[in-house]
Design a binder for this molecule. Sequence first.
Ligand SMILES: *Cc1c(COP(=O)(O)O)cnc(C)c1O
Length: 356
Amino acid sequence: MTAELRSDLDAIPAYVPGRSVPGAIKLASNESPGGPLPGVVEAITAAAAGVSRYPDNAAVALTSVIAEKIGVPAANVVAGCGSVALCQQLVQITCAAGDEVVFSWRSFEAYPVVTRVAGATPVPVPNTAEHGHDLDAMAAAIGERTRLVFVCTPNNPTGTTISATEIGKFLDKVPERVLVVVDEAYVEYGDADDPDRVDGISLAMERPNVITLRTFSKAYALAGVRVGYAVGNSAAIVALRKVSIPFSVNAAAQAAAIAALGAADVMRERAAVVVAERERVTGLLREAGYAVPSSRGNFVWLPLGEDTAAFTADAADNGLLVRGYGTDGVRVTIGHADENDALIAFARTRAAARAV
Ligand SMILES: *Cc1c(COP(=O)(O)O)cnc(C)c1O
């Protein structure tokens, strides 16, 4: 007889490994092209000499470097084993069994999973016809049992953003007892000149019920070592530390993140190249007939509906790994120019074949 497991876990899909195609171009996981930033491999190598010891559980050095960079006290920052771990911890510090977590859908795939793992109930609110968050509907979905709202801007996988004005109005409607998490995983690819751009750090410092998440996995090119951080009021930060798995931000990750922050100039140069490529790819895909919404991430969204699975499979047959989402659409990560060219060539050929 097998042991009795939590039956509510049946609602969480079992992990299915992605298709691996040797030699394929990988545009499926929003990773940065170009490898680790300068100094990162050296920092990890140096940290390797110390791995017989436990890491610093509070990641004090990393936390203070982050705090200085973003201009907040260290007491308002906590590092996590990727920001996805912090998503789970945020549900854990707010929700008991049966409490509700509101988020837009489609959005980051981890939101419903971490919600269920904590025994809470996901309340997905459909995206607008323009693939963005429907903030009015999200505010209306907040009920007595709502404890947490995830807001993802730019939204993964659709690339849409929320303006500072829009998020301000939304936050004014949310009861202060409800925690709002602003997930800024792609903030480095945003438009720095946009005067109505969301500043998640300021929001988190000004509003006691806002926590902002950032990650080293995307623009900082550290997806493999797992580091992210949360910024917000110190009581929530203390709670997040309580529920974290001890020592889960490992020594190599802490050293790598400090080194990556030291190479922020190179990060910004690389992000600018990705942004230029994103705009080029968006334009060419639109010319080929795809209704691609404007993206502020390092990826673009093809709302392909029923064609999603076939497009994803055909792309893989052509050596291109992209991410399909049910019958909603396909997310394509922006890679090097030649990789993006291969994607465009495939997308053009396929659009032409289907138009016949
Ligand atoms: C990639 C991503 C994250 C976090 O990734 P980690 O690797 O766990 O830091 C968080 N939120 C969104 C929306 C993402 O796309």
